[in-house]
Design a protein around this ligand. Structure first.
Ligand code: HEC
Length: 108
């Protein structure tokens, strides 16, 4: 019984794996749009360039301070930095995950 049930599952995994990568990229692309719309006027959001606001850390450097996945909660609950120049942002969990996927894409 084991082999006949395992085979279709294995086949499904093999079909699903290549499909998973573009889905991740689509999420990161959505995250980039969120970053460009909400964050780019202060933060450098790309792979190069300085932040428009000198105090705002470039997004590509955030992962050196902490794992960017740590930001999920902060982004969903309303990120405050203890710095009055950054307005409070609240993203829905989907948007937060998209933004984090984008931040992770900058680490590669
Ligand atoms: C009006 C300018 C401004 C905008 C817009 C802005 N930020 Fe910031 N952000 C700052 C500044 C200034 C700091 C540095 C704060 C500090 O050092 O205390 C900062 C810091 C941060 C940090 C680092 C916090 C830490 O403690 O390490 C994160 C993460 C961050 N911002 C995320 C975002 C995200 C995500 C957006 C868009 C949704 C955004 N910021 C939009 C100005 C801005």
């Amino acid at each position: 019984m084991r082999v006949p049930t395992a085979l279709p599952i294995l086949a499904l995994v093999l079909i699903a794996l290549p499909a998973a990568a573009p889905a991740l990229d689509a999420r990161a692309a959505r995250g980039e749009t969120i970053a460009r719309t909400n964050c780019a006027r202060c933060h450098a959001i790309g792979r190069i360039g300085a932040s428009p606001l000198a105090d705002a850390p470039p997004f590509r450097d955030l992962h050196r301070r902490y794992p960017v996945t740590d930001l999920a909660e902060a982004l969903a609950e309303g990120i405050t930095t203890g710095h009055p120049t950054m307005p409070e942002f609240r993203l829905d969990p989907d948007e937060a995950q998209a933004l984090i996927a984008y931040l992770q894409s900058l680490e590669r």
